[in-house]
Design a protein. Structure first.
Length: 209
């Protein structure tokens, strides 16, 4: 969405249930998988967490094309130049405000989804002894790259929250973020969305195990 001044903004519903559910499912699954990666006794937990992360990523990728306004890639993917311009506006004290993902955050979303997809896929292949030592090394490298991007993402969220004077974590929990009334998305049937997402994760994990 277009950026605008804070004076015209009010809390509006921005992140639908699917965006929030896939975000927190992916975050918890990645953390679980990373923390259990070196333990042979926790191998089942590690593998299951990896498959849950994979399911969440695939679901979110599909939602990026058919989901609500701010969830779609077309709404927040902008040129690298646009992302750089946004980053340069941060130290000015008057950073550009975006109702959905800002241009830099949009690229972070793509990076996190892509790295998680590759990490989980190589992990699945490695568990089935496909590709040999090369796949195992690729899996470890991708996991570390993903972790580095996660840390960068957390630092950026904290910095942006401070500079924008707006808590950017709360909207990912409770849906509402500062924006124009015309940018509010309609309420979704939370229970239906919950059942569909949960069923998808269970099906993928069961099928790939």
């Amino acid at each position: 969405m277009q950026h605008h001044s804070h004076s015209s903004l009010t809390p509006v519903r921005v992140w639908d249930w699917t965006v929030r559910a896939s975000h927190w499912t992916l975050a918890s699954a990645f953390l679980t998988a990373y923390l259990t990666s070196e333990s042979e006794s926790l191998r089942l937990i590690h593998n299951t967490a990896g498959l849950v992360a994979l399911a969440a990523v695939i679901y979110r990728l599909g939602w990026g094309f058919v989901g609500s306004t701010h969830a779609r890639f077309s709404a927040f993917l902008r040129s690298p130049y646009r992302a750089l311009r946004y980053l340069l506006s941060l130290p000015s004290g008057k950073p550009e405000h975006f109702t959905g993902h800002n241009p830099a955050g949009g690229w972070a979303v793509i990076g996190l989804l892509g790295l998680t997809l590759l990490t989980a896929s190589t992990g699945w292949a490695n568990d089935r002894e496909l590709g040999g030592n090369l796949v195992e090394k690729a899996h470890d490298l991708l996991a570390n790259l993903a972790l580095a991007l996660v840390i960068l993402h957390l630092v950026a969220v904290a910095a942006s929250s401070y500079l924008h004077r707006e808590n950017l974590v709360k909207p990912m929990l409770w849906a509402r973020k500062l924006g124009l009334p015309t940018e509010e998305i309609p309420a979704r049937a939370g229970l239906v969305a919950a059942l569909i997402f949960a069923a998808w994760v269970v099906v993928v994990v069961t099928w790939l195990r």
